[in-house]
Structures are given as structure tokens and as C-alpha cells.
Design a protein around this ligand. Structure first.
Ligand SMILES: [Zn+2]
Length: 311
């Protein structure tokens, strides 16, 4: 692994005018120490390497119709989590690190802020990375599944300065178009994140991807348009083993069997469903672990004859 170190104390208030190393909007929340969400830190061996799954915070699932469900079962995820005894029903805001010759971060959390009323709160990604000996400046590539706010929050400080100072950023080309060049997005990109991405693009540090393409040794971007127009999945492989990072194409493991559950935030629900079916079939036939950004505890699973088994 290259350049692993503790969090660089210089990347803080003196650099950005805001002390991100101390920003802790979750402090005081009962979910601060919650291992299903805020404190979810998992290591997943893939061949001779280790994928890190790291949370940035939590998202409590209100009983909002069709947030994640179907017309027949509009509160699907909420009711299922409650039935499992999870109070409050909640999911993590996940990101992943694939450390190696090039350290790749997949998704960038929600950032150190409260999205309103304590429903979605981020801010722990930096600390959870530090627990694994990684600072933001150790990241060489930030690979985004899509440009929704809970996947891009740490790209910039609130003034629009990029926070991954040594990294290139890669994403699906159609997401750049949808979020950066049109005002069509239902969930628009945050202004400060947009400014940082423009700065990075001006510096030649943004790669817009089409189709299936290798982004670094052992990690490939897979086309997964549906949740957003340029949504990406990422396949990590080593030594004949593999894992597929679903982004938000598969929001929760229940979608393996509840195939008609859609996310209210799916831009094209039918396309998102086809993406799920395609890659779940691939896991069933070819093996490997699947893992989404919002899976409880950030625990992956295998598909065995059409059934989900946590690993
Ligand atoms: Zn998300």
C-alpha cells in the first residue's frame, strides 16, 4: 500500500477556514456508536487484498410512501426493518476503500452536516478512515457511483475547495451531464460540491467514463445506468475472487427477493431493476460478494440459488 498514514493534521482549519477534523454533527446522537450505521467499519478479504467498507453516518428511514417499496408495499424497507426489531429503522451512509498500488475511494459520503431534522447525518468517514490508517491525502482516485449528496459530500469543504488533494475523480459521463450541465436532477448536486468538481475538471483531474472500464489495478467501473443516468457499479477483483459494489443500484439486500421494490430516488426505476437483475444473476452464476452503500452494517452477501446470504 502506498502512502498510508494517519490523518494529516494540516488539512484542517488552517487550510480551509473550517475545522473538518473536528466537525462532528453526529456527536450526541444515540446512533453515534451504532455499529449498523455510524460505526460500521468492515474488512472484506478479496483474494490477497482487503476491501474496506466505512460509514459516514446514518439515514433513518421515515415511513414515507414509496421511499423504498412498491405500490403494493409502499413502506417496504421501513416496515421490514421494524419487523426485524430495528428501532429506529436506519441504514448507513457507506463508502469503500480499495487500498493498493493506487488507493481508490468509492463514494465520498454525505459530509459533516445534518441533512435536516437528524434524518440523514454524516461526518464520520474521515474518522473511520483514520481508524484504518488512511488520510484523505492518501487517496489517489475517488470513484463515484453517482452524484447524489450522500455519495459526494466529502469531495469539498463548504467553500468549494476539493478535500482529496491528491486524487483524480472518476464517474459515469452521463451523471456529469445530468447533474452538472442540466437542471433536471430531482436531487440536485450541492453547490459547493459542484464548484469543487468544476475546479478539478479545470485542472484535468476528472475522468468521465462510458461502458465498463478499468479505473485502477483490480477495480473496474461497470455501467449501471438507472438509479441515475450515469450510475456506476465497481467490480473489485484479486486472485480469482471478486466483489461488486452496487452503489445505490441495490439499496438493500431485500431487493433480491422483493424485485419490485424501487427507490424513490431512482431516476429510471425500470433500468435500475434491470441492473439489479443482471448483476445479481452474475453473482449467482459466477460467485463473489455483493455490497451496497446502504446495506445494514455495511455487510456484504453472496447470492446462492437466488437467496441472499450475508458474509
Ligand atoms: Zn445513496
Amino acid at each position: 500500500m502506498s502512502g498510508m498514514s494517519e490523518v494529516d493534521p494540516e488539512v484542517s482549519s488552517e487550510t480551509f477556514g473550517f475545522d473538518y477534523s473536528d466537525a462532528d454533527p453526529i456527536a450526541g446522537s444515540p446512533l453515534y456508536d451504532d455499529t449498523l450505521t455510524t460505526l460500521a467499519v468492515e474488512e472484506l478479504p478479496v483474494g490477497g487484498r482487503t476491501l474496506l467498507a466505512l460509514s459516514d453516518g446514518f439515514f433513518t428511514i421515515d415511513r414515507v410512501p414509496e421511499f423504498l417499496g412498491s405500490p403494493a408495499d409502499p413502506h417496504g424497507l421501513h416496515d421490514d426493518l421494524v419487523a426485524q426489531g430495528m428501532t429506529p429503522p436506519r441504514v448507513p451512509v457507506g463508502a469503500f476503500v480499495w487500498p493498493g498500488e493506487l488507493n481508490v475511494l468509492v463514494d465520498a459520503g454525505f459530509g459533516p452536516r445534518d441533512g435536516g431534522g437528524g434524518i440523514m447525518v454524516g461526518g464520520e468517514l474521515r474518522r473511520n478512515m483514520a481508524r484504518k490508517g488512511l488520510g484523505f491525502d492518501d487517496i489517489d482516485i475517488v470513484a463515484l457511483s453517482h452524484l447524489h449528496p450522500d455519495h459526494t459530500g466529502w469531495l469539498a469543504d463548504f467553500e468549494g475547495n476539493p478535500l482529496f488533494v491528491n486524487a483524480r475523480v472518476v464517474m459515469g459521463a452521463q451523471d456529469w451531464h445530468h447533474f452538472m450541465e442540466t437542471d433536471e436532477a430531482q436531487l440536485p448536486i450541492d453547490g459547493y460540491v459542484k464548484r469543487a468538481l468544476m475546479t478539478l475538471a479545470d485542472q484535468g483531474r476528472v475522468d468521465l467514463l462510458e461502458g465498463d472500464v478499468v479505473v485502477a489495478p483490480g477495480i473496474t467501473r461497470l455501467d449501471g445506468a438507472g438509479h441515475t443516468p450515469g450510475h456506476s457499479l465497481y467490480l473489485v477483483e484479486d486472485g480469482g475472487e471478486r466483489a461488486i459494489l452496487f452503489g445505490d443500484a441495490m439499496y438493500c439486500p431485500q431487493q433480491l427477493t422483493e424485485v419490485d421494490w424501487i427507490a424513490g430516488s431512482d431516476v429510471d426505476p425500470r433500468a435500475a431493476q434491470r441492473v439489479r437483475e443482471r448483476y445479481l444473476r452474475e453473482l449467482d452464476e459466477g460467485g463473489g460478494v455483493g455490497l451496497g452503500c446502504h446495506f445494514p452494517g455495511l455487510k456484504g452477501g453472496r447470492v446462492l440459488s437466488g437467496a441472499w446470504q450475508s458474509v
